[in-house]
Design a binder for this molecule. Sequence first.
Ligand code: ZN
Length: 278
Amino acid sequence: MPELPELEVVCEVLQRRVVGQAIQAVKIIPPGGPIVVRDLTNLGFAAALTGAAFQQVVRRGKFLIFSLQAAGSPIYLALNPKLSGRLQLATPAEKLRPKTLVVFSLASGQQLRYLDPKQMGQLYLVHDLAVLPDYANLGPEALEISLGEFRARLKPFRGEIKGVLTRGDFVAGIGNAYADEILWQARLHPYRKRTQLSANDVDALYAAMRVTLLEAIEKVRAEMQENIDLKPRDFMAVHMKTGQPCPRCGTPISLVGANQRITNFCRTCQPGGLIKGM
Ligand SMILES: [Zn+2]
């Protein structure tokens, strides 16, 4: 699942490559295309976007929001890539990759393509962003929230700290992978309860969130360049590094869970949590 660092860099590239471009054609490729496209305007997804021009691209949480002007009125294309959605910039001559579901042909001659092997992402067309599911209740951006607000917003939550960090209504932009990285940076066990964190732990978590995300943006930017379909994560310390040595202490990285919900952490650097009452 792309998270804040990847989507931030994708957004930067799209601002350079797509903003100002008119859409000449929209192709929704069955059977997956019609599943991911959600027109909440009743204008028709392809009909409304054909001839419209991208005016702005911003990231909010794990959404990318494209502002367009269609037939004189503003309209938004909102992408929530979920588990496996990603965008690709390509020339028309480049062969469509498997699971390419939507193709926007731009006036520049380039194509903006949407790929999604699991077809769980969504491309919404809306007049008003407030109607987007899971959007209106998003918390502050993880890199914009102040320490004071972070402390205050964390307080009502009582559950395991990893679960809290990945809640979009707490802070926006953090998912399963970066939560592991942030907790390793903060030296906090992912299953410790929020109620068991000291004031110092909470401040360490805030600092770790900022440094982890800011450093990741730099690394993703360097590795991704213009290839927005990539998801560079080799640099991560613990996530998907099961059994490899912890970069800080050398202990083999632990794994809990399965599939898309795995948690990786270092038992030495991040003690406690698994024993009841710890
Ligand atoms: Zn360690």
